[in-house]
Design a protein around this ligand. Structure first.
Ligand code: ADP
Length: 195
């Protein structure tokens, strides 16, 4: 039973590594960014509410994001653990998640932090923009998302460091190299694939 977060600046490769972690530990990934994008693509009520915010690279209001995560975490497949990607991103979201987990007698096991140089990340994201055509991958939007991350989310890392949950992993290198570092960091915490 493993409850994890993965955090890092936009473009650090969270989504790619999250997929590996989830396959390895057999837990679902819950990516708030993916959920928002899917709702936007499908034109749901939620999608209409958040489209302008997400396209602009700003944070969706905590109330909306928290409610969405609550719904998702209370689905049966998250009972046996999960990896949250892109949540929590604000102090209010951290407090909300703590309360939600505590109400089920649960808590976090570790927080994976992908560390990477901002300029390299802008380069990577520009490339992804060419490949995937994400509306929020223009250079201006990317720089804006990075600034928002630094201002709003970076300070949260101290909370997790103080709780001794933070596993810092160098996010530069090939997907396999980074994955190997993550696997080693998890293993050092006693978190590994069930035999
Ligand atoms: P990135 O890795 O570029 O930050 P994400 O897929 O994690 O991309 O998120 C894309 C967008 O979805 C964010 O810029 C924001 O608008 C919205 N979003 C995702 N997660 C959250 C969250 N926890 N709180 C508020 N907004 C969020």
């Amino acid at each position: 039973m493993t409850r994890l977060l993965i955090v890092g600046p936009p473009g650090a490769g969270k989504g790619t590594q999250a997929a590996r972690v989830c396959e390895y530990l057999d837990v679902p990934t819950i990516s708030t960014g993916d959920i928002f994008r899917r709702n936007i693509a499908e034109g749901t009520e939620l999608g209409k509410q958040v489209k302008a915010i997400v396209d602009n690279g700003d944070y969706v209001p905590d109330e909306l994001t928290n409610a969405l995560v609550k719904d998702r975490l209370e689905q049966a497949d998250a009972d046996g653990g999960f990896l949250l990607d892109g949540y929590p991103r604000t102090p209010d979201q951290v407090a909300y998640l703590d309360g939600l987990l505590a109400s089920h007698g649960h808590s976090l096991d570790a927080v994976l932090q992908l560390v990477a140089d901002p300029e390299e990340l802008v380069r990577r994201l520009r490339q992804r923009a060419g490949e995937q055509g994400r509306a929020d991958d223009s250079e201006e939007a990317i720089r804006h998302r990075q600034a928002v991350y630094q201002r709003e989310t970076q300070p949260l890392l101290e909370i997790f460091r103080d709780r001794e949950l933070l596993l810092r992993v160098d996010g530069l290198g090939t997907v396999d190299e980074v994955w190997e570092r993550i696997r080693a960091a998890l293993s050092a915490r006693g978190i590994a694939r069930a035999a």
